[in-house]
Design a protein around this ligand. Sequence first.
Ligand code: SF4
Ligand code: SF4
Length: 219
Amino acid sequence: MAMIIERKELNLWERLYLPEILRGLWLTSRHFFVNMFFHTAHLFGLFKRHRAAVTTQWPEELRPLAARFRSRHRLTTREEGTPRCVGCMLCETVCPAKCITIVAGEHPDPNVEKYPVRFDIDLGVCVYCGYCVEVCPEDAIRMDTNILDVSAYSRDQMKLDIHELMNPTLRKPVPECDLKFPHKCALHDGKLTGSWERVYGPGEKLSRPADQGTELAAR
Ligand code: SF4
Ligand code: SF4
């Protein structure tokens, strides 16, 4: 049902214009001097329980965020730089927006079943619910980058791939691929690239022959 709100008629005092201008100036000045008083008092350790307003110069300056604030995603890594993700698909399954795409590959370490050869999140669709972080059994995905400015000029730029997820400072277009493990990467024609030797060192037990250029098997 539509609600009609009558516009309030100005009284004579308000129609005089100048008194309302002075009232606005008095209000602004009062905020200014009260804030200045409390900021000065805080410098001397006084009135600490009274908060004083501050202006945050965003985007140059980021205001303090709560510890549980959910910002842009990142993939956590092991010591050797590979993703902690074991490709279990729990996050992809639980995601209510269906914006996570994972392709899992076989990990050379027998103690780790799989790893993501492809991991994409479409931030244009994500609702920042944080379910992917909560459900992950490996603490492999977090939303603690404190990156809030996720705007882009196209929908494609809103899709984070494994490079941007492992290095949150990267933004599209990613200039080159520096990931030292085999993965499917648009910068290499969507083929698996790299080798585990680069990660574990030549001749180590966990290494396997380089699979440079190997086509990714469909999951
Ligand atoms: S935050 Fe929610 S919507 Fe976004 S990727 Fe994670 S599970 Fe999906
Ligand atoms: S990020 Fe976590 S939940 Fe998602 S596939 Fe990897 S290990 Fe599983």
